[in-house]
Design a protein around this ligand. Structure first.
Ligand code: XLS
Ligand code: NI
Ligand code: NI
Length: 441
């Protein structure tokens, strides 16, 4: 079983930190995992995870053409043997990248069962394999999840399906995946509702579907407590694709949903860059809002393409964007159970095995540079000082009294009259702030 893994990648030694001056190509120039920044090592801050699905399961197809990668473990006759070979290659990838975590869907890792009994036994067999490899390497699971969107039974949704039997099948799959995540010591459990939405309102009862979705999540939360899984459940907002409209549209929508169905104690969000863009937001907008609402959990790190309107899941390389995101994450106290999961895939022409290594290494370095920048910005107060100045009035006794509920509308209005208030507008200083950020990169 080990032979194919060691032969898949050209590189044999784990990628190492060489410093920014070095010309070595397959090396970390910024990610120095043991370097301490603001009290934590870079590895502890960034908590990188490699995902199974895009890196090990995606064949390189697009709507106009099929497989380009021809991964050896995807071409065989015995699905369990193929899954084991895939696990060998996966753990070799994790070793070469020297990252602390991985993530997977049930069906990425194990052959999909023809029924739930077979599903449970396949997942359990792969958990045996993972358990041994995790023990041997010290690798950890950032999160597990169930794929409730690829199989045709889920074409009209999983929890939001018009058929309660599909809801039940989804419950069965989530129970297996949640228990596997607990068994492997996973830090979180993710639910991305890829088909929890609609294609047309003509056949849709939205109120009913939302109630089903709320009930499903409440059942997952109940089960999480029942089995003693400590990590949070994470919903991954995305506005559309594959459906025309998904109920977990963006952070704001998810917050309203969690509040309505009384799920705020158990559920947070896993925010993804490309999903933020599809929702018409920036990545840092979604992180800032999740922090403001107290539901920030984790990050799926990738990027979209300015000219393509879908979830292209490219490797994130934009240090400027990542700096602003890490600035918000650090400001909120950093990751607790969450981390940065590479929900990203190489382009379909990147057919060399080592392209997978270069992709992760480049993006890891981009995140590391962003962390260094963001931490320095926070320390200097690059954005925090002007922000504090901008809102200084609210720190006055009167400002605080208004917010504390000690003034009525009439009180406030009367003061405006009595003091003949004539507030002077002040500059928003956008370009000045943009210059400060640019100089921090
Ligand atoms: C799809 C999602 C998916 C989730 C896990 O767009 O990003 O990959 O992260 O189901
Ligand atoms: Ni994702
Ligand atoms: Ni996505």
């Amino acid at each position: 079983m080990n032979a194919p893994a060691s032969r898949f990648f050209g590189a044999t030694e784990p990628v190492r930190y060489v410093g920014p001056e070095s010309d070595a190509e397959l090396a970390y120039h910024w990610y120095d995992k043991n370097r301490v920044i603001a009290g934590r090592t870079m590895a502890e801050h960034l908590r990188f995870a490699v995902c199974y699905w895009h890196s090990l399961c995606w064949p390189g197809g697009d709507p106009f053409g099929g497989e380009t990668f021809l991964r050896p473990w995807m071409h065989g006759v015995d699905p369990m043997a193929m899954a084991k070979t895939k696990a060998d290659v996966a753990f070799d990838l994790f070793r070469l990248l020297d990252v602390p975590f991985f993530t997977f869907h049930d069906v990425d890792a194990a052959p999909e069962g023809a029924n739930l009994t077979e599903q449970a036994s396949n997942v359990s067999a792969i958990c045996d394999v993972f358990e041994a490899k995790m023990e041997e390497t010290g690798l950890k699971l950032l999160w597990g999840t169930a794929n409730l969107f690829s199989n045709r039974r889920y074409m009209a949704g999983a929890a939001t399906n018009p058929d309660p039997d599909v809801f039940a099948y989804a419950a069965g799959q989530v129970r297996i995946a949640l228990e596997a995540t607990k068994r492997l010591g996973g830090a979180n459990y993710v639910l991305w509702g890829g088909r929890e939405g609609y294609e047309t309102l003509l056949n849709t009862d939205m109120k009913r579907e939302l109630d089903q979705f709320g009930r499903f999540l409440a059942m997952v939360a109940e089960h999480k407590h029942k089995i003693g899984f400590d990590g949070p459940l994470l919903i991954e907002p995305k506005p559309r694709e594959p459906t025309k409209h998904q109920y977990d549209f963006d952070v704001a929508t998810v917050y309203g949903f969690l509040e309505r169905y009384d799920l705020l104690a158990d559920v947070k969000v896993n925010i993804e860059q490309n999903h933020a863009l599809l929702a018409g937001h920036t990545f840092d907008h979604e992180v800032m809002l999740a922090n403001a609402l107290g539901i920030f959990g984790s990050i799926d790190i990738n990027r979209g393409d300015a000219l393509l309107g879908w979830d292209t899941d490219q490797f994130a390389m934009d240090v400027g964007e990542l700096t602003l995101v890490l600035h918000e994450i650090l400001k909120g106290g950093g990751f607790t159970t969450g981390g940065m999961n590479f929900d990203a895939k190489v382009r379909r022409q990147s057919i060399d095995p080592d392209d997978l290594l270069f992709a992760h290494v480049g993006s890891i370095d981009a995140c590391a540079r962003a962390l260094i920048n963001a931490s320095a910005m926070l320390e200097k107060g690059t954005l925090e000082r002007p922000r504090a100045e901008r809102y200084a009035g609210w720190e006055s006794a009167e400002g605080k009294a208004i917010l504390a509920g000690e003034r009525s509308l009439a009180d406030v209005a009367d003061r405006a009259i009595a003091e003949k208030l004539d507030p002077k507008p002040c500059s928003g200083r956008q370009e000045r702030l943009e210059g400060l950020v640019m100089r921090s990169l």
